[in-house]
Design a protein around this ligand. Structure first.
Ligand SMILES: NC(=O)c1ccc[n+]([C@@H]2O[C@H](COP(=O)([O-])OP(=O)(O)OC[C@H]3O[C@@H](n4cnc5c(N)ncnc54)[C@H](O)[C@@H]3O)[C@@H](O)[C@H]2O)c1
Length: 430
């Protein structure tokens, strides 16, 4: 039975078309078809002889290519996704989602801001084996050994230092770790002809935007802190690389304000020192580790005068990464997406929601605005909705409840690794 247009469209909707058809010129054919036969039904191929001829070439080419794509996917069944920084906050939730989705995953991390226990817990939650290598992304030799050992088809690159305030004090460490580390990784990927990467960027690359919601076409920068600059630099590097070599595919994800924890309360954020971000800060006030929340500015033009930001549940971010990996199959070149909910909450609304989640009053003080801060920053995530088919599903109350569950059951974060943890990690590395 000849394949129908419906079949073709179905394959295209499944994401096969762009990767499969570009090499045999699907798009020019498709244009010819619609120009020749505007009433083309979705169900049958027309009788027009000339059309049939061109169509059968297209269809056969299409199906061959689709099959080869399927073969490529099959061959990816024994290939790994490399996750740098996979033991960290966002990385750990993403690794869990990947394992649940059937991906084979190898993590590299040097635990500069995380610990072994998160990996052990991910493996337990996923009930799937996880591979791990203790490695610094700055260390070319160890990275090379990982690429030699595993057949890798894509990299999710989370590994970075992320504290904005700290980056202004030790900029060189930030540039070295985040920029040189990323360049090193990209060079090793190039050496092994692995050309697919999903990069963790940040809303910081927009600087302090005057207008919200911010979309991906918005101006980038000026970025005033070294951390944000490292993200912007690597974005630029990726854009240049994809321009220079069409084999490279890079999905840049600009996160807004990740928060929450896995609903199980088993994995979550393990902040070291005084947190930079509002939610973990509020959490530490709830735990009695910090006396009150400092609110910078109570006279913005917002719902209650305090600053409004876009918060996103870390599990929604995790599914965003799985969607980004799927996007890589369509050879997108370099694309950037905002990952946010598009809904803004003020600092007082956050404190209110956290207070409801933990059943306690949370003390706060309102002080002067910080220089450079703007009243409202929210994401326009419609591009990610449309092109990745990704939609966040958690609301603010769920974010706060999940965060509270994690911090109340793990008040000191992850424990120092016991000998059992070390043994499991050794198994993961073998
Ligand atoms: N959490 C946020 O608010 C936020 C917002 C926007 C973007 N991001 C970006 O998302 C990514 C993940 O953030 P996170 O919140 O999970 O941070 P995190 O600190 O919890 O995780 C980063 C992980 O990378 C590891 N790492 C750092 N440098 C490394 C190196 N040189 N070699 C190997 N491992 C290294 C750390 O040990 C840690 O496990 C980072 O790139 C961060 O900049 C985070």
């Amino acid at each position: 039975m000849p394949p129908t247009l419906q079949h073709i469209h179905q394959l295209r909707d499944e994401g096969l078309a762009s990767i499969s058809l570009r090499p045999v010129g699907f798009y020019p054919h498709e244009q010819t078809i619609s120009a020749k036969n505007p009433e083309l039904s979705n169900d049958t191929l027309p009788n027009d002889r000339c059309f049939e001829n061109s169509m059968s070439t297209t269809v056969n080419g299409f199906l061959n290519m689709a099959n080869s794509h399927n073969n490529r996917l099959d061959s990816q069944e024994d290939s790994y996704v490399l996750v740098t920084g996979g033991a960290g906050y966002i990385g750990s939730h993403t690794v869990l989602e990947l394992l649940k989705d059937g991906y084979k995953v190898v993590v590299v991390d040097n635990f500069v801001n995380s610990c072994e226990e998160s990996l052990v817990r991910i493996q337990k939650l996923a009930k799937q084996p996880l591979k791990f290598h203790h490695a610094n992304v700055l260390d070319e030799q160890t990275l090379t050994a990982v690429f030699e050992k595993y057949k890798i088809w894509a990299v999710l690159h989370f590994a970075a230092l992320k504290a904005v305030g700290e980056s202004t004090k030790i900029p060189l460490d930030y540039y070295w770790n985040n920029v040189t580390g990323s360049l090193n990784l990209l060079r090793v990927m190039e050496k092994f002809r692995v050309h697919n990467i999903v990069f963790s960027s940040s809303a910081t690359v927009y600087g302090d935007p005057e207008e919200s919601p911010v979309n991906e076409q918005g101006n980038l920068g000026p970025v005033t802190n070294p951390y944000g600059k490292t993200k912007l630099f690597i974005e630029e590097v990726l854009r240049d690389m994809c321009k220079a070599n069409k084999k490279w595919n890079s999905v840049i994800l600009r996160y807004f304000n990740p928060t929450g924890a896995h609903p199980s309360g088993i994995i979550g954020e393990n902040p070291k020192g005084i947190p930079n971000n509002l939610m973990p800060y509020v959490s530490q006030v709830v735990q009695g580790r910090l006396p009150y929340v400092n609110i910078y500015g109570g006279d913005y033009d917002t719902v209650d005068g305090t600053g409004v930001r876009d918060y996103i549940h870390v599990c929604d971010l995790a599914t965003g990464h799985v969607a980004a990996l799927r996007k890589l199959h369509s050879d997108p070149g370099c694309v950037a997406y905002n990952l946010g909910t598009g809904v803004g909450y003020s600092v007082l609304q956050i404190i209110g929601a956290m207070s409801r989640a933990c059943g306690k009053e949370i003390p706060y003080k309102i002080t002067d605005r910080r220089p450079g801060d703007v009243g409202i920053v929210t994401a326009d995530a419609s591009l990610a909705n449309a092109e990745l088919g990704w939609y966040p599903k958690y609301n603010l109350d769920q974010m706060c409840q999940d965060l509270n569950r994690w911090t109340s059951t793990n008040p000191s974060g992850y424990p120092t690794p016991a000998s059992e943890t070390k043994r499991i990690l050794q198994e993961m590395s073998s």
